[in-house]
Design a binder for this molecule. Sequence first.
Ligand SMILES: Cc1cc2nc3c(=O)[nH]c(=O)nc-3n(C[C@H](O)[C@H](O)[C@H](O)COP(=O)(O)OP(=O)(O)OC[C@H]3O[C@@H](n4cnc5c(N)ncnc54)[C@H](O)[C@@H]3O)c2cc1C
Ligand code: FES
Length: 270
Amino acid sequence: MISQQKYQILSNRQIHGNYYQLRLKCEKGFKNSAPGQFVMIHLSDNYFPLLRRPFSIHNVFQHETGNFCFELLYKVIGKGTHILSKYQANQWIDILGPIGNGFSMNNSIQSAFLISGGIGVAPMLFLVKYLLDNGTHCHVFNGGRTSEDVLCIDTFQSLGVKVNIYTDDGSAGTQGFVTDDLNEQINTQAPDILYACGPQPMIAKVSDIANKNNVPCQVSLESHMACGMGACLGCAMPSNDSHTSYFHVCVDGPVFFSDRVNWTRFSSQI
Ligand SMILES: Cc1cc2nc3c(=O)[nH]c(=O)nc-3n(C[C@H](O)[C@H](O)[C@H](O)COP(=O)(O)OP(=O)(O)OC[C@H]3O[C@@H](n4cnc5c(N)ncnc54)[C@H](O)[C@@H]3O)c2cc1C
Ligand code: FES
């Protein structure tokens, strides 16, 4: 259930470069949020930034102290995320959430590929843990511009998950895009589903590969958002559905089966 409340910060740690991990104390009920859902953070009591900023739920767990916690993984790219990076442990922060429709899963999914680019890895840890708990075999494909942009590798590996790494400049893993050998990997391993999150051209490519291989694919879309509640049209995304031309990413998504998105109209609006 969506709530608006203040959460106590347990830590706000710089991982490296512009990437940070925010850990917050929550109620046990927060564990019922679904991988792929997000929260909207009110960052300042000043006029700027006026609008809340959306962030995927990265992880939810029970700490050894017995407290329940959730984590966000974020990249500082503008004023809002800069303000967020300055928050300290023990401060309280105003959060609306969990919001949106997360990744759908069912017991018939025996194997999954999780494909992410850059900060698109943020929702993937929560998803991997959920899938592993349900006995699904997971294979992570994680790409970034440089080694600095490839995150969570140790965490995935500590869960026993195979990870393929790709960087544009070859500073970690294989040089190239995370989608370069996806076709080949699908032909070799035949996963039941693909899950993707990252830059829009990357997820459009994953969707195209999924479509050609006839594998179901779910994508988490990161559009600009203002209200987060379906009221402003700020997050409109072209749809293939017969009953509507556009989705609201905030209330209809952020996760969609990729064949519901009209990628041709989508590419022309970025
Ligand atoms: C559902 C959802 C989940 C998200 N999850 C995460 C997450 O887990 N971690 C994370 O770091 N970020 C996430 N984002 C993106 C995050 O919300 C933005 O990075 C943040 O709002 C930027 O705020 P800012 O004030 O720092 O930057 P701004 O000053 O608002 O913007 C700085 C620059 O970034 C561009 N920008 C801002 N937001 C977006 C966006 N959504 N897509 C593309 N370009 C953008 C702006 O056009 C501008 O050029 C998510 C977005 C959505 C919609
Ligand atoms: S952010 Fe306002 S309608 Fe989605």
